[in-house]
Design a protein around this ligand. Structure first.
Ligand SMILES: NC(=O)c1ccc[n+]([C@@H]2O[C@H](COP(=O)([O-])OP(=O)(O)OC[C@H]3O[C@@H](n4cnc5c(N)ncnc54)[C@H](OP(=O)(O)O)[C@@H]3O)[C@@H](O)[C@H]2O)c1
Length: 194
């Protein structure tokens, strides 16, 4: 399984830091090209790889960390995303009735399994150590594809988070469809003995 992050701003860099912290290989791309990523690669001591967008787009799991309106530009780069998982870490700015934003995204990534995750935390919190006060920071995961949801939950676990799967996008996933932080953000899971 290989991973790529599209976007190297607040959220893309936060996720890159978590991959580096967990020693999980990841590629990262943005719109300006690999040279603009050199400072982040250096900061993370070469544990992440700067790539061109074209290379990032073929990863098994592609994480979208771009401004919501830009997802269509990414989606239109290929006619089929079959066999790939797209993680939607984006938030739509405006409140819109009807399908959730991830359902809108899924409609444009033909053939992909689309999973919403990592969008509920402010970027600074997402970047910080998920191990907190003896517990692990919760991230929520939602998809219409149960296997893809489980795969992304497993990734979140490997990154040190405590994933909670919310089920389908149009059911539990609606809890993640907001345009500002909710009470859901920044929960810590503690395991108690006995
Ligand atoms: N900021 C937060 O606290 C937060 C928290 C949760 C979720 N979110 C969501 O996460 C997404 C990203 O937010 P952000 O704050 O990280 O944004 P940001 O700092 O503005 O970064 C956006 C990144 O997307 C890249 N990009 C834009 N269009 C692109 C394209 N067509 N192809 C490839 N890369 C492209 C930009 O590339 P360049 O660097 O080359 O310009 C930049 O690296 C948004 O949807 C936001 O709603 C944000």
């Amino acid at each position: 399984m290989n991973y790529a992050i599209i976007g190297s701003g607040n959220v893309g860099a936060a996720l890159a830091r978590q991959f580096a912290r967990s020693n999980i290989a990841v590629a990262i791309a943005n719109s300006r090209g690999t040279s603009s990523l050199a400072p982040l690669v250096a900061e993370l001591k070469g544990k992440i790889r700067a790539v061109d967008l074209s290379e990032a787009l073929v990863a098994d799991i592609v994480i979208l960390a771009v401004p919501f309106p830009a997802f269509q530009n990414v989606a239109q780069t290929k006619t089929s995303w079959s066999g790939q998982i797209i993680i939607d870490a984006m938030n739509r700015r405006e409140k819109v009735s009807g399908p959730t934003s991830t359902e809108v995204v899924a409609g444009e990534f033909s053939g992909a399994k689309v999973v919403r995750a990592f969008n509920q935390l402010p970027a600074a919190v997402l970047a910080s150590d998920p191990l907190q006060d003896g517990g692990r920071r919760v991230v929520f995961v939602s998809s219409n594809d149960a296997d893809a949801s489980a795969t992304v939950a497993e990734l979140a676990r490997h990154l040190g988070f405590a994933p909670i799967e919310l089920g389908r996008l149009d059911e539990g996933g609606r809890l993640l469809d907001f345009h500002r932080p909710l009470v859901l953000h920044n929960l810590i899971e503690h395991k108690f003995e006995g």
